[in-house]
Every structure is written in C-alpha cells, then in structure tokens.
Design a protein around this ligand. Structure first.
Ligand code: ZN
Length: 371
C-alpha cells in the first residue's frame, strides 16, 4: 500500500508527504483553533483580534502548515549539508512526528556528523529568531500571533532535537563527540543506551503529559536499537571479505532449464537458489521464492528464464562482507554471485553472512577486546 505521496524534488531529493500528516495538521489546527485566546495570552498578545469559531480554526490550519514548513526547512538543512559533503539523501518524508531525511549511509567522520546533525537545530533557531523579529516589527495582531507561534515552535523544535537521545540530532552529536575518544562501535553503543534511557523517560512523562510523547519514545527506542545493531553488524562484517565467506563451488543453470529440473536440483544439492548463466554471462538468479509464483499446472511448461530474478547485485571477492549486508538490508537480496574479472568465482548467501557475523562476534568476545 502506498502511504505517502511525492510532492516534488529539491536539490534532487524527492520530498514525500505521509498520509499521517493529515491527522496531525487537523489535530494541531483544532487544538490551536480552540485555544487561540489562551495561546495568545501565553505569547504575550493580550488582544489577538480574532473571532472565535471558524476564523480561529483557519488560523489553526495556517500555523499547523507553518509548523510543517518549519520541520521541512529543518530537514532540508540536514539534507543540503549531507549532499554538499558527498552523501546521498534518498528522500525527505514529512509524517506524523515531523520529518525524516533518509540517507543512504551515515557519515562515520565525527566532525562531519556534528556538522550534518547540528545544522537542523541551527536552522530552526534561525527561523525562530526571524519569526520573532518579524512579529516584533509588525502591528497586525493575527500576523503577530502566527509569527510568535512559529517562533516558539521553531525554538521548541531546536531544543527538542538537541536532547541527546540518539538517533535524534542531539544524540548524533553526542555519538560524534564520543567517537572522537572511543571507537565508532563503542560510541554508538553508548549513545544508543543513553537514547534508550531518554526514550523510557519520555514514555513515563508521556503517560502523565501527552500520549504523543509515548509514541515518540517508542520510535526513539526502536530506532536506537536498530541503528546500534546495524553499526555493530557492519563493523564485524568489515573484518571479513566476500572471498572469505563465499561458497567457491557454484552450481549454475541455464535460462532454458525447466522448472521441474530446477526443483530436482534444489532437492539434490540442498540449495534454495542458483545463478542463471547464458554463455559466460550471469543473467539472473533463480530461487525457490521465484518458483512459488508459478501455479501447479504450469510447473511443467515453465522455464527458469521466464520467472528468474533479473535485478541482481554482483560482488567482488575483495569487497567487504558488509557490502553484502547492505544490499541484503536495503534491497532485500539474499544471494549474491561473486565475480572476478567478469568470471563467476563464488556465491554468497544470507546464511553465509549471518554465520560470519556470529563467528566474528564469538571471536570478539574471546579476545575480550574493547571495540
Ligand atoms: Zn534534525
């Protein structure tokens, strides 16, 4: 199911809106609309000159949209600095809890991570100051209300994101600072633990204050666990090469192989997939998963070439095993032909990679090294 729509591209980065955004905009519009006078008093505007009812809800919609524009500018700031530093940003999506910039990989250089992480909150502070100064210069009370509200929101965004709860901006800055002193893995583990502690605190506070905070806490906890796990796996796998973990004996099949023969090979060789070769070129991979797409009566007339997976990633024996892990995670691939000078020299599967990770972890605990 498609849960978000693409609204355009900026600096080559697709910008998507998630459907949950509608609920938040509506929720903020409603809560601002029904508390206009209270908020105005808090913002120091004694007479906001707004009619209660319809007009105040329209005002609510305006500030809700303004809030997401602010979040968008915050995310854009992260993305622009990332792109200028040579990193690829897959997309920016605005959703229930604000914005997320999806990056292909995170910088491991601490100074760069500090730069990329800090620029978001800094841009929010900048926006907050701008809106505040604007509000001071203007006399029209409704506009003052909007500007002061957005100023407050931007300062809040900066402050909240700077809380050192990894993987929020402040947590990333903390990891980078730790990484200057310790190894990247240890810095990530520590930052993630602190992030989880914050998540638990947010969760408890949320119980009394706002249910939204409980959801945010949950996401921070999950993201902290996931990212520290992924850093650990990548670290372990970067110590082994694809050539070390690959199976050197590779059974191949041709596109003309019948599905029936393929299924026989699966049983006799105890492998769930085989590279498909035409001449001396790899043209695809055929797995049991592909075979499942065929209905029972078509098994005898289907050939491997009709249903094999043609979108494949080939590796070199000199590649890090972590490269295979990346392709496994991001694109869901489970089987990689290994080529040397264009010639098939081996195959790496998901289970080879997992096995290698397990062995590396055991070795590490044997050595009792500080990682
Ligand atoms: Zn940020």
């Amino acid at each position: 199911m498609k849960t978000s729509i693409k609204i355009g591209k900026l600096y080559g980065v697709p910008v998507r809106l998630h459907f949950t955004l509608i609920f938040v905009v509506a929720l903020i519009a409603w809560s601002v609309g029904s508390n206009v006078f209270l908020i105005a008093e808090m913002l120091g505007i004694p007479d906001p000159n707004i009619a209660p009812g319809f007009e105040s809800y329209i005002l609510g919609v305006v500030v809700a949209v303004g809030l997401f524009v602010s979040v968008f500018i915050h995310e854009m700031a992260h993305s622009i600095v990332s792109i200028k530093s040579g990193f690829k940003v897959d997309e920016i999506s605005l959703w229930l809890f604000g914005g997320v910039s999806k990056m292909e990989e995170m910088p491991t250089d601490p100074n760069l991570e500090i730069k990329i992480s800090a620029v978001g909150p800094l841009s929010s502070i900048g926006l907050g100051v701008l809106a505040f100064v604007g509000g001071m210069l203007i006399n029209q009370s409704i506009v003052v209300f909007i500007l002061f509200y957005l100023s407050f929101i931007n300062f809040f965004l900066a402050g909240f994101n700077l809380i050192p709860a990894f993987p929020m901006d402040g947590g990333r800055i903390l990891r980078a600072i730790l990484a200057k002193k310790y190894t990247y893995v240890k810095a990530t583990k520590t930052a993630a633990t602190i992030g989880k502690v914050f998540a638990v605190i947010f969760g408890i506070v949320g119980l009394f204050v706002n249910i939204f905070l409980i959801l945010i806490a949950f996401f921070i906890y999950m993201a902290a666990s996931q990212e520290s796990e992924s850093v650990l796996v990548k670290h372990m796998l970067s110590k082994v090469s694809v050539g070390d973990v690959m199976a050197k004996e590779v059974k191949t099949i041709g596109p003309e192989t019948s599905l029936e023969d393929f299924l026989k090979m699966v049983t006799t060789h105890q492998h769930t997939g085989f590279p498909v070769v035409k001449g001396d070129k790899i043209i695809g991979i055929m797995t049991l998963k592909d075979a499942k797409k065929v209905s029972e009566q078509d098994i005898y007339i289907t050939r491997v070439g009709d249903i094999m997976e043609t979108d494949i990633v080939c590796l070199s024996p000199d590649d890090d095993a972590s490269k295979a892990w990346d392709s496994m995670m991001k694109r869901g691939f489970g089987r990689f032909p290994v080529l040397k000078n264009g010639e098939l020299v081996g195959i790496v599967t998901r289970s080879d990679i997992m096995q290698s990770f397990k062995i590396q972890t055991e070795m590490e605990s044997l050595k009792q090294n500080d990682i």
